[in-house]
Design a protein around this ligand. Structure first.
Ligand code: 1CP
Length: 347
């Protein structure tokens, strides 16, 4: 992964999967029952470590993503965050400037100490050649959850606030840039080698909003990380960015860009890959379906993107209903690349 992120073109691309740990694995469900709440699970190094390693033990990916969540930042800032079974996260929403003042930004690193302990221990356990990936939510996406109070909305409340009083909303984004930069630098100090910044809700924004609330905060975050931890490459994931991924790469100077399944392979190869390492972009629905669709699409992606710096991944996280055998088959195809010519689809 580090070679790919340094711009090297590899015959066989490295592979990891967003949400490679989690509910689709029976061993994860068993482990999850050992903690009373999801946050307690994230803050218990023994459990978080085990969950991080489970997909490696079963499938042998080339990267391990720290088991945690993007919402540990609002939790560390003192916002009430609750994960309900089957419902996803619920937060006590922040809706105005006065609410921002209630957030405690000085205690973030202390609060997240168990996450750093997990990383420190994991970094000693990584098999040779496997990269430890740290992560955080991008300021915009974390702000979506903080303001809406939950996921799965049209982001109407947060967009209305940002439109009505951009300077007031910018105070929240600024605070998140600082907290996230400190958090990620501390992850690197404790042993993560690569950072992924998840902007899962980037796609709801118009072009002006995208520049102001996705590109600009990410640019500032990446610039700070280049000073505090220059050795750790950053992968940005502005999900739903479409063609705006090009402006995102140019302005933020990320080492890698993670692409979703809607972005065309010829455009990725022709426009983005000459400028940046690309990661992606198998549709998680195709992984769920398995069979010939999985075989065909995986090979199409490999053919289109192995000519430049590339990391194989999904376009978004593994879905909870995904059969683990489909993941095993995907890893087998990618690890077996380049396949014998006869196995390649005839065009
Ligand atoms: O009890 C449980 O098991 C809860 C399910 C769960 C899991 C397994 C949640 C709640 N978070 C996680 C782990 C997680 N979340 C990881 C580490 C595991 C891995 O990748 O292998 C990571 C990287 C995340 C990141 C995350 N959390 C994102 C960004 C990626 C994405 O999927 O877009 C987002 C948006 C979240 C919020 C969140 N946390 C949990 C859920 C169900 C959600 C999504 C809520 C929604 O629908 O908006």
């Amino acid at each position: 992964m580090l070679q790919a992120l340094a711009g090297e073109v590899l015959t066989r691309p490295p592979l990891w999967l967003m949400r490679q740990a989690g509910r689709y694995l029976p061993e994860y469900r068993a482990l999850r029952n050992k903690a009373a709440s999801f946050l307690e699970f994230c803050y218990t190094p023994d459990l978080a470590m085990e969950a991080t390693l489970q997909p490696l033990q079963r499938f042998g990916m080339d990267g391990a993503i720290l088991f945690s969540d993007i919402l540990v930042i609002p939790d560390a800032l003192g916002q009430k965050v609750d994960f309900r079974e089957g419902e996803g996260p619920i937060l006590q929403p922040i809706r105005k400037a006065a609410d921002i003042k209630t957030l405690k930004k000085n205690s973030v690193l202390d609060h997240l100490r168990p996450v750093f302990d997990t990383i420190k221990r994991l970094s000693l356990e990584m098999p040779p050649g496997v990269t430890l990936i740290g992560f955080a939510g991008a300021p915009w996406t974390v702000a979506v959850y903080m303001v809406e109070g939950r996921g799965g909305t049209d982001c109407g409340t947060v967009r209305a606030w940002a439109r009505k009083s951009p300077d007031g909303f910018a105070a929240l984004i600024d605070l998140l840039i600082e907290a996230t930069a400190d958090y990620l630098a501390e992850q690197v100090r404790n042993g993560v080698e690569v950072i992924q910044v998840f902007d899962s809700w980037a796609g709801v924004l118009d072009d002006d909003e995208f520049r102001r609330w996705v590109i600009e905060p990410t640019r500032r975050l990446v610039r700070r990380l280049k000073t505090t931890c220059p050795g750790a490459p950053v992968i940005g994931f502005p999900r739903g960015a479409g063609k705006r991924a090009e402006a995102y790469v140019a302005a933020t100077a990320v080492a890698g860009i993670s692409l979703d399944h809607t972005q065309p392979l010829d455009w990725i190869a022709g426009t983005l890959q000459p400028k940046c390492t690309v990661q992606g972009n198998l549709d998680n629905q195709v992984l769920l379906a398995g069979g010939s669709a999985l075989e065909r699409r995986t090979r199409e992606i490999l053919e289109a993107l192995t000519g430049g710096p590339f990391i194989f991944n999904l376009g978004h996280g593994v879905l909870p209903e995904t059969p683990p055998e489909h993941v095993a088959r995907l890893v087998e195809i990618v690890h077996g690349w380049p396949a014998a010519v006869a196995e390649r689809p005839v065009r």
